[in-house]
Design a protein around this ligand. Structure first.
Ligand code: SAM
Length: 282
């Protein structure tokens, strides 16, 4: 069996273990080594890199990554895949598979600062996973993920665009996102009902937008998008239990109009607002 390609071996292992893909877990596998090698090229990982993979599935991407990088840690929630991954990755000494929920696992225990993420994500938790990688990772160098095309478009949007949202703002604060390629449904097994896109976020070593207190800035960012139809003034009051005068004072110090909506304010303005709040809050 070791003479066979990893894609074919994965198919045989899935069959042997009677595996049925679970739609609820976003199980749309990529088994074509040609496409997966191309995606790994696009991800920009190299021989010196340690990679975190979310959701290895049958493990073909994991296997190919293991041939090209220093180490791979893969987090998979579905224990039914244990014999498949065990079979395919036998002998891959630089791979560690952990069976856990990626939304709960301690990412800093799985990856060190400077590690890179490469994954064909389960789409039902795209936003939560990417948010977690950005906020609770060890400080990744890059995050290259397959997501639904619309999610990729949202994550790469800019202030002023309709799709600008909390996740897009977080992505832009931490790095620069690029949509690298669209992938049709037929590339997956089973095929999803949507077109996908492979997206890479190159994370800044030094972030261009800075606030004195990053934790406070991230709370302001979240408040800015809390209730979209409300003004930033109202969202700020609600999020920080602020008296109207204090909210007015913070906006004025940040040189922001009182009627502005959070989604209309660029990151620099929100950073000024966080700095103003830092001085005003007790
Ligand atoms: N990487 C594989 C591939 O390309 O063939 C599988 C990708 S499939 C789209 C998503 C994988 O994520 C599935 O194996 C699924 O079981 C796993 N998964 C779903 N929810 C998860 C979670 N919360 N934590 C970790 N893995 C999860």
């Amino acid at each position: 069996m070791s003479d066979l390609s990893p894609g074919l071996r994965a198919r045989l292992l899935l069959q042997k273990h009677g595996f049925q893909a679970a739609h609820a877990l976003g199980q749309n596998f990529l088994l074509d080594e040609g496409l997966l090698s191309h995606l790994i090229d696009l991800s920009g990982v190299g021989a010196e890199d340690d990679v975190l993979e979310i959701g290895p599935g049958a493990g073909v991407m994991t296997y190919l990554l293991a041939q090209r990088v220093r180490s791979v840690a893969a987090v998979e929630v579905d224990r039914r895949l244990e014999p498949v991954l065990g079979g395919l990755l036998e002998g891959c000494e630089n791979v560690r598979v952990v069976f856990a929920d990626a939304l709960k696992a301690d990412l800093s225990e799985l990856a060190a600062p400077g590690a890179r993420v490469v994954a064909n994500l389960p789409y039902y938790i795209t936003a939560d996973v990417v948010t977690r990688l950005l906020l609770h990772g060890p400080g990744f160098a890059s995050i290259a993920v397959m997501v639904q095309k619309e999610a990729a478009e949202r994550m790469t949007s800019l202030p002023g665009q309709k799709t600008w949202c909390h996740l897009a703002a977080l992505v832009r604060y931490f790095g620069q996102p690029h949509i690298l390629e669209e992938i049709p449904p037929e590339a997956f097994d089973p095929s999803p009902h949507v077109t996908s896109a492979f997206l890479r976020i190159d994370l800044y070593g030094e972030r261009p937008v800075r606030a004195q207190n990053e934790a406070l800035f991230l709370r302001v960012l979240s408040a800015a998008f809390a209730m979209r139809r409300k003004t930033l003034f109202n969202n700020l009051r609600a999020a920080f239990s602020l008296h109207a005068d204090a909210a007015r004072e913070a906006l004025s110090r940040a040189e922001l109009p009182e009627q502005v909506r959070g989604e209309a304010v660029p990151l620099e303005g929100l950073a000024r607002l966080a700095d103003a709040l830092d001085e005003i809050l007790p």
